[in-house]
Ligand binder design. Structure first.
Ligand SMILES: Cc1cc2nc3c(=O)[nH]c(=O)nc-3n(C[C@H](O)[C@H](O)[C@H](O)COP(=O)(O)OP(=O)(O)OC[C@H]3O[C@@H](n4cnc5c(N)ncnc54)[C@H](O)[C@@H]3O)c2cc1C
Ligand code: SF4
Ligand code: SF4
Length: 1024
């Protein structure tokens, strides 16, 4: 049943599915795939790549499922259950797959609830409750509830990815659990499919009848009989999520599960990790959105003092204390190194604290809350720490700091090398009075085992996250076990809970008996047997679990091997090892990766799932429109990792990287570099796609379209002479259709229009190389192919603006002129022609090095071109000169913003006429990735009266040539419709500024509006 199935079984081949699969693999899996395809409308994913993408979650484990099913309706879950029952195939339920303990990896059929089962079924504003399907993501639910002044307050860090079904499965806990409790405190009812196909409807016991009531009686008998055991073994802390909630009848929790002391049978399923039933819907208790919040950031000279203070801080809450969260020195340092977070963190620090506690108060009136902050300040004075509190009253400042805290774990995971911070004792909870001693003792355990922990998280409830750095490919598993055993002894000593937030899964299953003793564990087995006598639902998880250190279940077992490949780009920065104590990394290239660092770059993905997001940031546009795991950055990184480590069954290891499976996963990656910026571990899929394309195309050949796009900079000077002829494609009926049929360029697109008069054949009064090198206000303008040949007015405008600002402008040209213009190599990279791109880059280096060495800015207009100088050109083996150039390569707006700050633009400012029109700005993805959006805002604000508004958008969807390709047209338009085009349509009077050539084209195609480059707007506003 668990044998690999190298076929992608789709609905179209439903009839053949059984035969195909059965021929290659085993019979049961084939039948399963065929029946799912025949009896449902859901997605049936049985290819090796699909299974591989669902073989991992945010844990260290990896288990290949038999296949994956993505149901479209909850009734299809029931159908899948029936099929699995017939065939005796286990089922692993999955939401966002962000579990840290391996809850969602298993040998059965993985059922992905997140894609379609995400409706809000009902909201009762008066009763403050909502009924939802299990696949809805917490942030999406809360966004919908906002208009009612309500929210679901279990605010897990993964709120943008975690589904309510998964949260209930794990009994998840948010940062504010001290005020609101865990999932179990906030679930009012659950409807769930039993493995026998029946529908369990669980809620308050006093309202239960029939099967639910019988279940209640059964569990009550067990619980009552075990009362002495419960009293003796059950941890008396709020943060205990291990095992089943057998204590619903005899409460042992620091915070009772219900407010009125009643028994709610749904709580039996909360925290059951998909082992008792498959959740069909959840009834949730909502809370009023806190109207006001204030934050006191307490700075501590020692970690111990911070831990010791928590027990005193929680006493001053009077119902208004909603969080006490820890950030330690390592995390502070890592955040300071992250350009996105540095300023925010700095604003919270007094000196160089070893730890900070974020103490939040929420309530109706800000004035009352400010009084609480004063009380906190007094308390810290009494504890010997006067002047240690940063008072954050402003909402935006608080929000920014919470973002850093939420990203905490992920920031920590960005460590390069095989040693990684490993989650296995990261949520042990101890009573607050023992927190300081517990953390000190555990630190000693880490030291003893040659590792170190970085601490953060929920000090208010005694759950401190900590991950020692371990190398799971080498001695990591043995060390993990040894540390776990010593940590568990400490937890027992301090009467805490070993599993306090992230669940049991594969990692902590074996500790259930350790925690509760054999009798309670036996009762858990009886509950499991009562509800799932067939043992169909996630078998061998809560009951009869494997050993946590079973390396056959791991993603990086000692047998993990990478195939040797010669890379086109330089990945040596990833090819390093690290010191688990100092976290120092070895020299680039010394990491021992047979794939020269490319494999290690893909392995940076720790599967945390942050790329499954919709609201913030850019990452990942293709997931945003498809909602497919395959089209997340995680899905792509996993696909590459499996290919590079020879884990695609049925394919020779050397062929895997260039297989259709990898191409398929990377096809919709638009190379936006959103992940380079937003992915906390720095997975840079745009660069990986270039490397992949190089290998794929080298093997399978370049198409005419590839060449047409790649060589554009080479033939542009020639083509512009035939502009009217070439532009006929968009004028003569049928030609666009022909270009789609023959070349693959969408007939629904117009193409950029060639011009006879280009920037380069129009005379300009500019400086020579010698003149600019000698000038007092020098600048070199790099005019790229697009702005020279298609939209030369942008380059002319930039020249005009720079000259109006008093700069001596030299137009970058080749050191050895050959009639062609300088090119960054972007179009070649997009086609995977890395060698050709390198040749172009070398010419750039030869031409620009003398200016960069003199500190002269090299200014560009097209973000994707100019930023190539700061990104890909650094991994082409071009040496120090490329690095020097990258340090002086700036987008026009970056240059102008910098110059304005140092007071050099007064002349320009005085020359600008006021504007009355609203201005809408769309940032190019690469601008976003390099933090170059705020400089445009700054520059636009130089225009008197300008009030630019930034469109909160991901990728425009055009992404170079991506959106022009017929095969990508639909997806491209869907990306644009996510937010960009609606925002443009909403303001018909606004000037739309977009610096990207393809962005402007997309806006024109999708909203029929002419967007302009910032240079054009500035030039327009110049007084004559
Ligand atoms: C960086 C990071 C930060 C995190 N921070 C927190 C935090 O602050 N607090 C916290 O509690 N956790 C945290 N977690 C853990 C995890 O994100 C949460 O447990 C989250 O609620 C899981 O949601 P999910 O949709 O990803 O569920 P999944 O991981 O997909 O599933 C979770 C469990 O629920 C089961 N399940 C899913 N759907 C169903 C269904 N329909 N029926 C029955 N069972 C089902 C699964 O089988 C599994 O056992 C964090 C994880 C990461 C990677
Ligand atoms: S690609 Fe980045 S954001 Fe996505 S799961 Fe991997 S590490 Fe997380
Ligand atoms: S480059 Fe953009 S599209 Fe590609 S994986 Fe990263 S975020 Fe997604």
């Amino acid at each position: 049943m668990n044998a690999p199935l190298p076929l992608k079984v789709t609905r179209d081949v439903a009839a053949r599915a059984y035969d195909d699969v059965a021929k290659i693999s085993n019979e049961v899996a084939g039948k399963l795939a065929a029946r799912l395809a025949e009896e449902t409308e859901g997605e049936v994913l049985f290819s090796n790549a699909d299974k591989g993408r669902y073989a991992t979650d945010a844990s260290i484990y990896q288990v290949m499922p038999v296949g994956v099913f993505v149901p479209r309706t909850s009734d299809e879950v029931k159908t899948a259950l029936a099929i699995c029952r017939d065939l005796n195939v286990p089922i692993v339920a999955r939401g966002g797959g962000t579990s840290q303990c391996g809850q969602t990896v298993g040998v059965g059929l993985v059922i992905d609830h997140a894609k379609y089962l995400r409706n809000i079924l009902n909201v009762d504003v008066e009763q403050r409750s909502a009924e939802v399907e299990p696949g809805i993501v917490l942030d999406h639910l809360n966004a919908a509830l906002k208009k009612h002044g309500l929210w679901f307050p279990v605010d897990v860090s993964t709120s943008a990815q975690a589904t309510l079904g998964g949260m209930a499965g794990n009994n998840s806990c948010g940062s504010r659990s001290i005020a609101y409790g865990n999932m179990v405190h906030n679930v009012l009812g659950i409807r769930a499919w039993r493995s026998d196909g029946g529908l369990l409807e669980l809620g308050r016991l006093d309202a239960a009848s029939g099967e639910a009531r019988a279940l209640g009686s059964y569990v009550k008998t067990l619980s009552d009989a075990l009362l002495p055991e419960l009293v003796a073994h059950w941890p008396k802390v709020m943060r205990r999520v291990a095992g089943y909630n057998l204590d619903i009848f005899n409460n042992q929790s620091e915070k009772p599960y219900t407010q009125d002391g009643s028994v709610n049978l749904a709580h039996l399923l909360v925290g059951s990790e998909g082992t008792l039933g498959l959740t069909k819907s959840l009834q949730l208790r909502l809370a009023e959105l806190p109207r006001n919040k204030v934050l006191g950031v307490v700075n501590f000279p020692t970690f111990y003092k911070a831990m010791d203070a928590a027990q005193h801080i929680v006493k001053i809450g009077d119902g208004t204390l909603t969080a006490v969260e820890l950030v330690d020195r390592t995390m502070i340092e890592l955040s300071l190194q992250n350009p996105v977070f540095a300023a925010t963190v700095r604003s919270a620090l007094i000196g160089q604290p070893e730890a900070i506690l974020l103490v939040e108060f929420s309530g109706a009136s800000k004035t009352e809350l400010i009084a609480k902050i004063k009380q906190l300040v007094e308390l810290m004075g009494e504890l010997g720490l006067p002047g240690s509190v940063v008072e954050m009253i402003d909402d935006a400042a608080q929000k920014n700091l919470w973002e850093v805290r939420k990203a905490g774990l992920n920031i920590m995971m960005s460590l390069k090398g095989d040693g990684k911070p490993v989650s296995f004792i990261e949520d042990c909870a101890v009573p607050l009075e023992h927190l300081a001693e517990y953390t000190s003792a555990l630190t000693e355990v880490f030291t003893k085992h040659g590792s170190k922990g970085t601490w953060y998280a929920h000090a208010s409830v005694g759950t401190l996250h900590v991950r020692p750095i371990l190398d799971m490919r080498r001695e990591g598993a043995a060390k993990m076990r040894a540390i776990a055993e010593e940590a568990s002894a400490l937890v027992r000593h301090y009467k805490g809970a070993y599993s306090g937030e992230h669940g049991d899964g594969l990692c902590r299953g074996e500790w259930i008996e350790w925690q509760f003793g054999p009798k309670i564990t036996q009762a858990f087995a009886q509950i499991k047997n009562h509800l799932d006598p067939l043992n169909l639902l996630s078998p061998r998880r809560m009951i009869d679990p494997p050993k946590m250190d079973d390396t056959t279940l791991m993603r990086f077992p000692p047998s993990y091997q990478v195939i040797a490949i010669k890379t086109a780009l330089d990945w040596s920065a990833w090819n390093v090892q690290n010191n688990p104590v100092t976290e120092q990394t070895s020299a680039p290239g010394s990491g021992g990766d047979p794939a020269n660092g490319f494999a290690k770059a893909a392995e940076m993905c720790n599967n945390n799932g942050l790329c499954r997001q919709f609201d913030a940031g850019t990452m990942c546009p293709s997931y945003r429109v498809t909602r497919d795991e395959k089209h997340t950055t995680r899905g792509r990184a996993n696909t590459l990792r499996l290919a590079l480590s020879g884990q695609f069954q049925g394919l020779k290891a050397q062929d895997a990287l260039t297989s259709e499976a990898v191409k398929d996963a990377l096809d919709l990656c638009v190379g936006c570099k959103g992940c380079k910026r937003d992915c906390p571990t720095g997975v840079d899929m745009a660069k990986m796609k270039v490397e992949f394309l190089h290998h794929y195309k080298s093997k399978h050949g370049y198409t005419f379209k590839d060449k047409l796009i790649a060589y554009l900079p080479d033939y542009a000077p020639w083509a512009s002479r035939f502009a009217p002829l070439l532009n006929l494609r968009d004028k003569l009926p049928g030609l666009a259709f022909l270009s789609e049929k023959l070349i693959g360029l969408s007939a629904r697109r117009t193409l950029p229009q060639w011009k006879r008069n280009t920037f380069f054949n129009t005379p300009h009064d500019t400086a020579t190389r010698g003149e600019v090198l000698a000038a007092s206000k020098p600048v070199v303008l790099f005019v790229d192919t697009f702005n020279a040949y298609f939209e030369s007015e942008n380059a002319s405008a930039a020249l005009k603006v720079l000259q109006a600002a008093g700069y001596t402008v030299h137009i970058a040209s080749k050191a050895q002129p050959d009639g062609k213009s300088l090119c960054c190599g972007r179009t070649y990279l997009a086609s995977g022609m890395v060698d050709e791109a390198k040749a172009k880059a070398r010419e750039m280096v030869d031409a620009l090095a003398p200016f960069a060495e003199k500190g002269i800015a090299i200014v560009g207009l097209e973000p994707s071109c100019l930023l190539t100088l700061r990104d890909e050109m650094l991994v082409m083996g071009l040496g120090d000169a490329a690095k020097t150039i990258s340090e002086h390569a700036l987008l026009l707006e970056e240059f102008l913003a910098r110059e304005a700050t140092s007071g050099k633009l007064d002349a320009l400012k005085a020359a600008l006429k006021p504007i009355t029109q609203p201005i809408l700005l769309h940032g190019h993805c690469h601008q976003k990735a390099f933090g170059a959006v705020s400089p445009i805002m700054d520059v636009l604000k130089l225009i008197p009266g300008a009030q630019p508004e930034l469109i909160e958008s991901s990728c425009c969807g055009m992404a170079g040539s991506f959106g022009y390709e017929a095969s990508h047209y639909e997806v491209s338009m869907q990306m644009a419709e996510l937010s960009l085009l609606p925002a443009v349509r909403q303001q018909p009077d606004a000037v739309v500024v977009a610096d990207g050539t393809s962005c402007r084209h997309q806006i024109k195609d999708g909203a029929q509006r002419e967007a302009i480059h910032v240079a054009v707007l500035l030039a327009r506003q110049l007084r004559e």
